[in-house]
Design a protein around this ligand. Structure first.
Ligand code: NAD
Length: 291
């Protein structure tokens, strides 16, 4: 069994990006600049945004964190987005989701300049992804592809089951892995909350991508020997023995699944760090495209 080590792989990618930034600086070119907008006080969202900003510093990017109060109106947020679209100093930016309920997420995503949409969530970029045109790939699926590629996990002709059909993970993952690409050419099945025979499907799968957000959902009896497991889930579980009062659980019951797996991602230290590394990669691309 091989652990697909997202922590190490993301550190490698960040080192490659830092090298590239040094080159840009030496050539007198602009340093890539990522902005992140967060609305409200959600603890997990704040942690994710904080990690993204810290990662920018680590690779030598400029970063700007824009923290807006929970009661920010949709209009005020759209104005902020308009400002970011106009600001030439900013190469790319993200609006951390979820947004407070009174704000229409789709309206906000549509307002983002597609050329600065380093999350790859704008309909133009989703369309470009589906059509296999150059674009910003959504960071989590992009990170999974990179992990599969770097560990040379065979995907061509394999049966992949993706559990979850969200716009940010399951859906793009299923599209990307069915495409003609390095970590692709697979036969993909998308399972979701209405799927009736999930265990039958996962028992046939060579690769299972688990992205539903239910702690330790996938158990050892649901997979075959030699399977590759990509665990996207992150759920906070109360744990008084931890300093911050919680532990992170994946969607996979690691102890029963790992003994059957040929490759498996851990939680934490698997897909999570890859997501941040790929956001940086998209920001680098945004900067390169502009220059
Ligand atoms: P979501 O809540 O938007 O979607 C969940 C999906 O799971 C839905 O499509 C639903 O149909 C499906 N589902 C729910 N119950 C099911 C069941 N019993 N059987 C089969 N399918 C079922 O979730 P999301 O935004 O895709 O996130 C999924 C998980 O991944 C969460 O834990 C989230 O925190 C985590 N996540 C991690 C990263 C990362 O960087 N590691 C990034 C994004 C999301």
């Amino acid at each position: 069994m091989t652990i697909l080590d997202g922590k190490k792989t993301s550190a490698d990618i960040k080192a490659e990006i830092a090298e590239k930034v040094k080159e840009l600086k030496a050539q007198g070119k602009k340093t890539p600049h990522l902005a992140a907008v967060i609305v409200g006080n959600d603890g997990a969202s704040k942690t994710y945004v904080g990690a993204k900003v810290k990662a920018c510093e680590l690779v030598g990017f400029e970063s700007t964190l824009i923290e807006l109060p929970e009661e920010t109106s949709e209009e005020a947020l759209l104005q902020k987005i308009n400002d970011l679209n106009q600001d030439n100093a900013i190469d790319g930016y993200i609006v951390q989701l979820p947004l407070p309920r009174h704000i229409d997420e789709h309206k906000v995503l549509l307002a983002i300049d597609a050329d600065k949409d380093v999350d790859g969530f704008h309909p133009t970029n989703v369309g470009r992804m589906a059509l296999e045109l150059p674009t910003f790939l959504p960071a989590t699926p992009y990170g999974i592809l990179e992990l599969l590629e770097r560990y040379q996990v065979p995907t061509s002709g394999k049966n992949v089951v993706v559990i979850g059909r969200s716009h940010i993970v399951g859906r793009p993952m299923s599209i990307l892995m069915s495409q003609k690409r390095a970590a692709g050419d697979a036969t993909v099945t998308v399972a979701h909350s209405r799927t009736q025979n999930l265990k039958e499907l996962t028992l046939q799968a060579d690769i299972v991508v688990v992205a539903l957000g239910v702690a330790e959902f996938l158990t050892g009896d649901m997979v075959k020997e030699g399977v590759t497991i990509i665990d996207v889930g992150i759920t906070r579980i109360e744990d008084s023995s931890k300093k911050n009062g919680f532990r992170l659980a994946g969607d996979v019951h690691f102890d029963s699944v790992a003994p059957k797996a040929e490759f498996i991602t851990p939680v934490p230290g698997g897909v999570g760090p890859m997501t941040i590394a790929m956001l940086l990669k998209n920001t680098l691309l945004a900067g390169e495209r502009k220059s």
